[in-house]
Ligand binder design. Sequence first.
Ligand SMILES: NC(=O)c1ccc[n+]([C@@H]2O[C@H](COP(=O)([O-])OP(=O)(O)OC[C@H]3O[C@@H](n4cnc5c(N)ncnc54)[C@H](OP(=O)(O)O)[C@@H]3O)[C@@H](O)[C@H]2O)c1
Length: 315
Amino acid sequence: MVDPDTLRYTRIPLAHGTGSLPAAGFGTLIPDPAVTKQATKAALEAGFRHFDGAERYRNEAAVGEAMGEVFAAGTVRREEVFVTTKLWNTNHRPERVKPAFEASLKRLQLDYADSYVIHTPYAFRPGDDQDPRDAEGNVIYDPGVTLIETWQAMERLVDEGRARSIGLSDIKLEQLREIVAAARIKPSVVQVEAHPYLPEWDLLAFCRQHGIVIQAFAALGHAMEPNLLHDPVITRVAARVGKTPAQVALAWAVQRGTAFLTTSTKPERIRENFEISSLPEDALRQIREEITTNIRFNNVVETGVPGFIPRVKAS
Ligand SMILES: NC(=O)c1ccc[n+]([C@@H]2O[C@H](COP(=O)([O-])OP(=O)(O)OC[C@H]3O[C@@H](n4cnc5c(N)ncnc54)[C@H](OP(=O)(O)O)[C@@H]3O)[C@@H](O)[C@H]2O)c1
């Protein structure tokens, strides 16, 4: 039976940028390039038309190969797919922004990006080492550049037509306010961790007000403990509507007005994550009101150093 619900095909118009963003997004933060390629192809086949990558993931070439093969086969056209990639912390100096962007596009085999995003607001020492550290193991930041200077270099990529929109990631509301106030070209997207355990309602309200789309990463809570997919409110809703807990969390993300980014290396889960359907209003309300767990799984927003926080399970 064909599911008539069209939630999975939701597109969010970009107020600052060209076109619209498919709300269902597939993330490519997958360590192994061969697995990345396979998963990217499976995601395109499942129906995903929004992909998130980054120079930091060191697998843009694998994503590019997967897309290139699918485009060449003619089953999906480039214009149907929204591709985001991200500027790493070591490339914040304005003169490094365009070369970093061009290098990403080359690896992705693309001649434009739908969105180019500053991966974190933290500038690290410029250079080829993505993770510069001093002798004590502390990150070496770069005090020689401000975020607005990096942003202005991003704006020039939009002027040149190579980036159809630009955005920020792992940013807090206060800093976002500053960029929005100072920017000539406003951010079109903001990519942050968000899920029912970290709903970021204040940030979402600000973004709505300013026509900015939130790309919610770790939309399933990154399968970490406490496991969102085992939360009793989520599992009760799932049983009631005949969907899986993952589908409930992802539908909630779309129905509250965000795009989501989810990742799986398994074709059956990739299909599951695309096959979402609308939840009734009272289920959305239950998720908002009855879930009280509040937890951030990734503290990149505090330091610019990526990584989900390892937690020791209580014995
Ligand atoms: N801007 C940033 O700083 C930042 C940081 C982190 C992530 N991101 C982006 O966001 C994307 C998504 O983040 P994420 O990987 O944390 O997303 P996520 O979907 O919350 O978590 C992925 C984990 O959930 C498991 N999973 C996926 N679908 C499932 C399902 N239906 N049922 C049960 N488990 C399932 C996956 O395992 P299996 O592979 O075994 O299925 C994987 O371990 C990344 O790929 C990246 O593009 C951005």
